[in-house]
Design a protein around this ligand. Structure first.
Ligand code: SAM
Length: 273
């Protein structure tokens, strides 16, 4: 038995592992472990991307708020998300088409083979997987998307461009709603502030959720739209939730609405940008 340690600025998380199932250094350093208490775990460049035990907490809160804000999300773009968790949640809304733009095909193949949280979503006929840089894709996109979901890694050499002003403004032009994971505002303040500075939309809100295996557990998401309001009417969200009959572990309409009520220190920080 051994320990996997993820180091943050001045703190760390230790996860007890039984064995390493996969390792490859390609575009990124990909590792997959069998852990003692968190199921399978995907690590990219030394950062935990998911564990089976809490990935639903993250993927549900990344996907469902924007998808339920849209009255009829039929064409969806997922950028990143190579493990398939985000696409799995998107398909619960019965869209006509999902495009997944993932830069590293090795992540897709390794997750399909050793983890499987996509539960077949990546083989669904409505899903079109494109292996390229998400920034290039949106820069050249000629089509419009009802929702764009960015499920990228902590900023690293391949994902750094996913927090650029150019990327966000391209996404704002071709979508009704845009959502991205926006790191930990508590443990990764410099990343969080960079995202707030660059992600400018007519209507924009931050919301939060609990992801135990991400840096110090408090995770954030940024949702933006240049044409739609950020829908937080509980009856509207409840109505769509009941209509679409979606099974969840973490997300509910009440959690959706309450996730946008930020603690004062965070609300004050967001107001600075
Ligand atoms: N849930 C994780 C988090 O919040 O940190 C993200 C998980 S997912 C595995 C991240 C994916 O983003 C990886 O598969 C990575 O290859 C992909 N990615 C990183 N940069 C990208 C880019 N510029 N374009 C497309 N995909 C990218």
């Amino acid at each position: 038995m051994d320990w996997f340690i993820e180091y943050y600025n001045g703190s760390a998380l230790m996860i007890k592992v039984k064995r390493k199932l996969f390792e490859k250094r390609s575009l990124q350093h990909i590792q997959i472990f069998e852990t003692v208490d968190f199921g399978k775990m995907l690590v990219l460049d030394g950062k935990i991307q998911l564990t089976e035990k809490d990935e639903t907490f993250y993927h549900e809160m990344l996907v469902h708020p924007a998808m339920f804000m849209h009255e009829y999300p039929s064409k969806v773009l997922v950028i990143g998300g190579g493990d398939g968790g985000a696409v799995r949640e998107v398909l619960k809304h019965e869209p006509n088409e999902v495009v997944m733009v993932e830069i590293d095909r090795d992540v897709i193949e390794a997750c399909r083979k050793f983890i499987g949280i996509d539960k077949g979503a990546l083989n669904d006929s409505r899903v079109n997987i494109i292996n390229e840089d998400g920034v290039e894709f949106v820069r050249n996109a000629k089509e419009h998307f009802d929702v764009i979901i960015v499920d990228g890694t902590d900023p690293n050499p391949v994902s750094q461009s996913l927090i650029s002003q150019d990327f966000y403004s391209c996404c704002g032009r071709i979508s009704d709603y845009f959502v991205t994971q926006s790191q930990s505002p508590f443990a990764q303040r410099e990343y969080f502030e960079a995202i707030l500075r660059n992600a400018q939309f007519e209507n924009r809100r931050i919301y939060i959720g609990f992801v135990p295996t991400y840096p110090l557990g408090l995770w954030s998401y940024l949702i933006g739209s240049n044409t739609r309001k950020i829908e937080l009417d509980l009856d509207t969200i409840r109505g769509r939730f009941e209509e679409r009959k979606i099974e969840t572990v973490y997300y509910t309409p009440e959690v959706h609405v309450s996730a946008f009520s930020l603690p004062k220190w965070l609300d004050d920080l967001v107001k600075l940008f």
